[in-house]
Design a protein around this ligand. Structure first.
Ligand code: AMP
Ligand code: ZN
Length: 493
């Protein structure tokens, strides 16, 4: 029997602002769409946090036995500067700056995105569609919205008519904004404006002659508005109404609000049952962001090459740091916080290693079944990973007591404890045991220092037979010694 049948999962639905019991539209199946990156630069750790939150959610659903179709798109066109309807396309702008084709920009940063996610041990989504691969679908939705009377054409562009839509629907229901307030707080339109009112947003934009990324359409050459791609791709792969739509909090408005409007205007129904929003990673108390430069890149964390970092951190230690906060809470990144998380991560890994070697007794002082259900309860409470981690540490505390001979565990419970820890630590929160890698490199450095010292002593004693033997044997193993004025170093081929 599937695990989900015994567990009651609750999720925080941004649409109702409440925690709700999760019941998928089709029993046993989940359709989940998460807005992917706009691939015009390397992903920073803030972006990684949001995708990691949904990777953990995807992992837990799979663990519970659901059949999940997880769609995470790549935005490779249509996202304009400042998330607005005017300005340059972010990708086209970068292409001009680097003097390469827009699709070279897309390729470069999509590869970076995949490499980074792989280092963090992400599971790949089921489908990863691109905006440029779905222009026809986007044009079809615009036609439907025009037919229903919720959009209008102006000078080769098509805009969504927010005021018209709001007469029969509720624009602002996801973000909690009121259309009257939005109207009161925006400037008047000028005579040159194509929009009927400032709240309207672009479904299709006419391409000026210099705009490189362009496609033919019934309204002339142009490109789709940013919000439209997600409506087109989620509908195509998950249907007109699907279970979960996710993204960072900053996408709630206007992006997700506009997605709801587009879907309701074209299909006449609400597209998503549960809207899930992940909170921001901050640095120095401010949101990490590509545009302000207040950010840290994963490559900097893995090498320690950033002024705020005292050292390099393994991807799993960083993942553990992220999982120690609830996905809906703001999390601030600092070297102190990373050091503390790394310590906790090592303690967890050591605890799991120690468990394997524990000798067992006839009874258990630790009620594994109750503890195990507490782990599920934490995850069932809107994926509460910090509470889950507190329970994992509780298990480590008992493992240490058993190791010291102050408690005992039966063979059967030891197996159950090990299986449960493996499930939550590796399958659900997605950590890997990277402490052995770190220890190996420390040990190798120590052995190499010793060999270099012995070789130096042999040379000082004019025992060249021994010094040559050390160098030649190392060369045969693929390790090169290099003598320089600051001493001897080594490299591995
Ligand atoms: P973008 O590539 O800018 O469209 O962003 C990709 C994803 O990263 C979106 O879901 C954003 O909400 C999310 N995101 C951007 N900045 C941060 C941040 N500082 N912390 C967490 N998520 C973020
Ligand atoms: Zn989106």
């Amino acid at each position: 029997m599937q695990l989900y049948k015994n567990q009651t999962l609750k999720v925080h639905n941004s649409l109702s602002g409440k925690k709700e019991v999760f019941q998928p539209i089709n029993e046993g199946h989940i359709g989940m769409y998460v807005c992917g990156p706009t691939v015009y630069s390397n992903v920073h750790l803030g972006n990684c946090r949001t995708f990691m939150s949904f990777d953990m959610i995807f992992r837990y659903f799979k663990h519970l036995g659901f059949k999940v179709r997880y769609v995470r798109n790549i935005t490779d066109a249509g996202h304009l500067e400042n998330d607005a309807d005017d300005g340059e396309d972010k990708i086209a702008k970068k292409a001009k700056l680097e003097q390469i084709e827009p699709m070279e920009v897309v390729q470069r940063y999509t590869v970076d995105f995949h490499n980074t996610l792989q280092k963090f041990n992400f599971l790949p989504p089921s489908i990863e569609p691109t905006a440029t691969g779905h222009i026809i679908e986007q044009i079809e939705i615009i036609k439907e919205i025009l037919e229903k009377g919720y959009a209008y054409e102006a000078n080769g562009s098509v805009y969504f008519d927010v005021l018209k839509f709001n007469e029969s629907n509720e624009y602002g229901k996801l973000s909690g904004r009121k259309l009257e307030d939005m109207i009161a707080n925006t400037r008047e339109l000028t005579a040159q404006d194509e929009k009927r009112n400032p709240q309207d947003f672009a479904l299709w934009k006419k391409a000026e002659p210099q705009h490189i990324m362009r496609w033919p359409s019934p309204w002339g050459d142009g490109f789709p508005g940013w919000h439209l791609e997600c409506t087109a791709m989620s509908t195509k792969y998950l249907g007109e109404t699907f279970d979960i739509h996710g993204g960072g909090m900053d996408l709630k408005f206007p992006h997700h609000e506009c997605e709801i409007a587009q879907a309701e205007a074209s299909k006449g129904k609400s597209p998503v049952k549960y809207w899930l929003h992940a909170n921001m990673l901050t640095l120095n108390g401010k949101k990490m962001s590509k545009s302000t430069g207040n950010n840290i890149y994963p490559s900097e964390i893995f090498t320690g090459e950033n002024d705020i970092l005292s050292k390099a951190y393994a991807p799993s230690a960083v993942r553990f740091f992220m999982m120690q906060a609830h996905y809906t809470s703001i999390l601030d990144l600092s070297d102190d916080a990373l050091l503390a998380s790394e310590k906790g991560y090592n303690r967890l890994m050591d605890g799991m290693e120690n468990l394997k070697n524990l000798s067992t007794g006839t009874k258990s002082d630790f009620d594994i079944n109750t503890w195990r259900q507490k782990c599920y309860d934490a995850m069932n409470d809107d994926f509460n990973t910090p509470i889950l981690i507190a329970h994992l540490f509780d298990a480590v505390k008992h493992i240490n007591l058993i190791k010291e001979g102050n408690e005992s565990i039966s063979e059967e419970d030891k197996t159950l404890l090990l299986n449960t820890l493996n499930t939550f630590v590796y399958d659900v929160i997605g950590l890997e045991n990277q402490s052995t890698v770190k220890d190996d490199s420390n040990a190798l450095n120590g052995v190499m220092d010793l060999l270099i010292e012995l070789r130096n002593q042999a040379r000082a004693n004019k025992d060249f037979a021994t010094s040559d033997q050390i160098r030649d044997k190392l060369t045969a193993l693929g390790i090169q010694l290099k003598d320089g004025k600051d001493g001897t170093s080594f490299s591995i081929n």
